[in-house]
Design a protein around this ligand. Structure first.
Ligand SMILES: Cc1cc2nc3c(=O)[nH]c(=O)nc-3n(C[C@H](O)[C@H](O)[C@H](O)COP(=O)(O)OP(=O)(O)OC[C@H]3O[C@@H](n4cnc5c(N)ncnc54)[C@H](O)[C@@H]3O)c2cc1C
Length: 397
């Protein structure tokens, strides 16, 4: 029997963990290298679109999310000035039939926990935490990863080290992400404190001038997850760490002061806010170089206007697993598998990056342009609304 290939993965975020599971399933031995000392419970809610939940189902992760993830009944788009509905996208049985998998919302920590538990059950996956990848060199046909005071060799390396990826920089595949002029403010409100409209089992999206707001119930309705996105002139330095910068409630409320009363009643209940400056990057032309490939935010940092960053990293993982799956009894070479992976993923992820950017412009339109957008949204039949998402929510390998 051949010795299984050894894959190194830099970064154990949602992308890295899902890739580890997909590669292990394809028969590879996997070592994950994560700089955080522990995979702590951090973060807030994540929307898992059908293109992501379908992959998680295939990997056996969905049953682990039972009782943790929930399925909103619809997405309701609302006007920030009148509170009226602009558009409703049902997510019930019809949507399930249409896109083949459910739309879910889940706490990021619960998804990470489910992926981690699955990885721990796989003898072919090793997770090392508290090790920072400092760089890599080519070693024969393989790769040597350098960490403080030690190195580790593998047949291939996956750079799943996030939007500010060191691996991407070292390979020269793309520059540093650029601050987009937008900040996401995130908060969790105990459901008992939230106004009734925010406890409805649906995702609500409010559109305002140069700002929008998304909220949905989380963890069996015990919490309401809020993401408020504003345009601003943040001038922070370098990489802002996820979920790490506190934000002042009065700063958030000031930005939404001219909105209708309902959303304000919800925002006022947030016990504390975290701010997350949003970065953007032009789509990369190449995702791979020799025995190294990028995955997740490292390959395609994107603005969160379609809530697709994690979903795309989950799609990446599935494609990577498929690319390494033995055919006619033979495991594809790394060169062949990476070529297939790039072909399956680069154009699609680039399309999502660009569409997300465009969606941000549409969501934040001010003045007469917003009036026209709202009229167009109100006039759109429900079938036409759903059809606009077919390309995004249906994942094909
Ligand atoms: C406001 C907001 C809302 C969002 N909402 C959604 C949503 O609803 N749905 C959705 O699908 N997506 C959403 N996203 C996007 C999603 O959060 C990201 O796309 C996703 O988490 C990316 O996962 P990743 O594993 O590629 O990267 P990351 O989560 O950034 O993980 C990278 C990992 O690599 C580690 N690392 C970094 N450098 C090194 C190194 N040198 N050595 C070792 N380890 C290293 C980090 O510690 C980290 O654990 C949202 C994003 C934002 C900002």
């Amino acid at each position: 029997m051949n010795t299984p290939r050894h894959a190194l993965i830099a970064g154990a975020g949602i992308g890295g963990l899902t890739a580890a599971l997909a590669l292990a399933r394809a028969g590879l031995r996997v070592t994950m290298l994560e700089r955080a000392p522990a995979l702590d419970e951090v973060g807030a809610g994540l929307q898992l679109a059908p293109n992501a939940s379908g992959v998680l189902r295939e990997l056996g992760i969905l049953p682990r999310l039972e009782g943790l993830a929930q399925a909103p009944e619809r997405v309701r788009v609302r006007s920030s000035s009148s509170g009226s509905d602009l558009m409703v996208l049902p997510l019930g049985r019809e949507a399930l039939a249409r896109w083949g998998a459910p739309t879910l919302v889940v706490h990021r920590a619960d998804l990470q926990g489910a992926l981690l538990a699955a990885a721990r059950e796989q003898p072919s996956i090793t997770l090392r935490t508290g090790v920072e990848v400092e760089g890599m060199t080519r070693e024969g046909a393989g790769v040597r990863v350098h960490m403080q005071g030690e190195t580790i060799d593998g047949d291939l390396l996956i750079g799943a080290d996030g939007a500010h990826s060191r691996i991407r920089r070292q390979l020269g595949l793309g520059g540093a992400p650029v601050y987009s002029g937008r900040t996401a403010w995130r908060a969790l409100v105990p459901a008992a404190d939230a106004p009734a409209f925010a406890r409805a089992p649906e995702t609500q999206l409010w559109l305002g001038a140069r700002a929008h707001l998304v909220h949905y119930p989380l963890r069996q309705g015990s919490l309401v997850n809020i993401v408020a996105i504003t345009e601003d002139d943040w001038r922070g330095e370098g990489e802002s760490r996820f979920w790490s910068e506190p934000g002042a409630p009065r700063d958030v409320l000031r930005r939404f002061g001219d909105w209708t009363r309902d959303p304000l009643r919800l925002l006022e209940k947030a016990p504390d806010w975290r701010r997350w400056p949003l970065f953007d990057l032009e789509p990369l032309k190449r995702w791979t170089s020799g025995p190294v490939a990028l995955l997740g935010d490292a390959a395609h940092p994107m603005l969160p206007f379609f809530a697709q960053g994690a979903a795309q990293s989950i799609e990446d993982a599935a494609a990577l697993g498929a690319a390494f799956t033995p055919r006619d009894g033979a495991t594809p070479s790394v060169t062949r598998a990476f070529a297939d992976y790039e072909r399956m993923r680069a154009a699609r992820a680039a399309r999502v990056q660009i569409a997300s950017r465009r969606q941000g412009v549409i969501y934040h339109l001010p003045g007469p342009a917003a009036v026209l957008r709202n009229m167009a949204m109100r006039a759109l039949p429900q079938e036409a609304v759903a059809a606009r998402f077919d390309w995004l929510y249906t994942y094909k390998k």
